[in-house]
Design a protein around this ligand. Structure first.
Ligand SMILES: Nc1ncnc2c1ncn2[C@@H]1O[C@H](COP(=O)(O)OP(=O)(O)OP(=O)(O)O)[C@@H](O)[C@H]1O
Ligand SMILES: [Mg+2]
Length: 234
C-alpha cells in the first residue's frame, strides 16, 4: 500500500479557530491517505473529526503545517482550482442527506454531474441509474426526497457522492440519523460501492462498530491522533 503515492498528506497540521478565546482543535496531525484506503476516523464528540474532514475536503483552511493533495501543496492552489477539486476529486456524504427537495431521486443523484456540465450528466446517467437500482431504489427514480424514508434518502446521498467518479469520498457520520438496521444496510452499501470502484474512502464516526468495514482505523482524542493502524483487509 505504502509504495503508492498518497492522495492526501498532512504534515504537522494544526487548526486553531480564531475568536475571543482561540480554540486549538487539531494538534500536529500527520496523516496520509492512499488510493483504495477505507479509513474510519474514530473519536468522541468534540475530538475534532468534522474539523479534520473539512480540512481534508478543502472546505476549511489549516492554521499551520502542510497539506498536499496528489503531491501539490494546497496553499498554492487557487480558488478556481480548489472549487474544481471539490466537485471532481472529492465526493461528500454528510450526516443529513441534504438532497434538494424539489428534485427527484435520479436528478439528485446526478446533481454533481449536472453542476460539472451537461455532457457529464449524459455520460453518467446509465451508471448512476444502475447504482440506484443496485441499492434497491429502482422503483423510486421519480420520487421526491419527501416521499422516501430516511434510509432511502441516505442511500441516494451515497450514490450521489460516487456519481462523478471521485478519487476520494469523505463521509461525516453518514449513518448518524439512521436506526441500527438501516445503518448496517448503508454501511454495507458504502463498502460495496467503494470496493467495486476502488475509490478511497474516509468516514468519521464516534461508533466503534463502524470500523468493521475499514482497512484502516485512525483514532482522534482531543485533536491528536492516538492510533493509526491497518486492520485485516476487508
Ligand atoms: N467554527 C468553530 N469555531 C470555534 N470552535 C469550533 C468551531 N467548530 C468546531 N469548534 C470546536 O472544535 C472542537 C472540535 O469540533 P468538531 O466539530 O471537529 O468535533 P467532532 O469530533 O466532529 O464532534 P461530533 O462528534 O460532536 O460531531 C469542539 O470543541 C468545537 O467546539
Ligand atoms: Mg462532527
Amino acid at each position: 500500500m505504502e509504495d503508492k503515492a498518497p492522495l492526501i498528506s498532512f504534515r504537522d497540521v494544526n487548526k486553531i479557530y480564531a475568536g475571543d478565546v482561540p480554540t486549538h482543535v487539531l494538534h500536529d496531525i500527520d496523516l496520509d491517505i492512499y488510493p483504495g484506503d477505507f479509513v474510519v476516523i474514530l473519536g468522541k464528540s468534540g475530538s475534532g473529526k468534522t474539523t479534520l474532514l473539512n480540512l481534508i475536503g478543502l472546505l476549511d483552511a489549516i492554521t499551520s503545517g502542510t497539506v498536499e493533495i496528489q503531491g501539490r501543496e494546497v496553499k498554492t492552489i487557487d480558488d478556481d482550482e480548489r472549487a474544481r477539486l471539490r466537485s471532481e476529486f472529492f465526493g461528500f456524504i454528510f450526516q443529513f442527506h441534504y438532497l434538494l427537495p424539489s428534485f427527484d431521486v435520479l436528478a439528485n443523484a446526478l446533481m454533481p454531474c449536472r453542476i460539472r456540465g451537461r455532457k457529464y450528466e449524459v455520460e453518467a446517467a446509465d451508471r448512476v441509474a444502475r447504482m440506484l437500482r443496485d441499492v434497491g431504489l429502482g422503483d423510486k427514480f421519480h420520487s421526491l426526497p419527501s416521499q422516501l424514508s430516511g434510509g432511502q434518502n441516505q442511500r441516494v446521498a451515497v450514490v450521489r457522492a460516487f456519481a462523478n467518479r471521485p478519487t476520494l469520498v469523505l463521509a461525516d457520520e453518514p449513518t448518524g440519523s439512521l436506526d441500527s438496521r438501516t445503518t448496517q444496510q448503508v454501511l454495507k452499501l458504502m463498502h460495496e460501492i467503494q470496493a467495486e470502484t476502488g475509490t478511497a474512502f474516509v468516514m468519521v464516526t464516534h461508533d466503534e462498530a463502524m470500523t468493521e468495514v475499514a482497512n484502516r482505523v485512525v483514532e482522534l482524542e482531543d485533536g491528536r491522533v492516538i492510533r493509526d493502524e491497518r486492520t485485516t483487509a476487508s
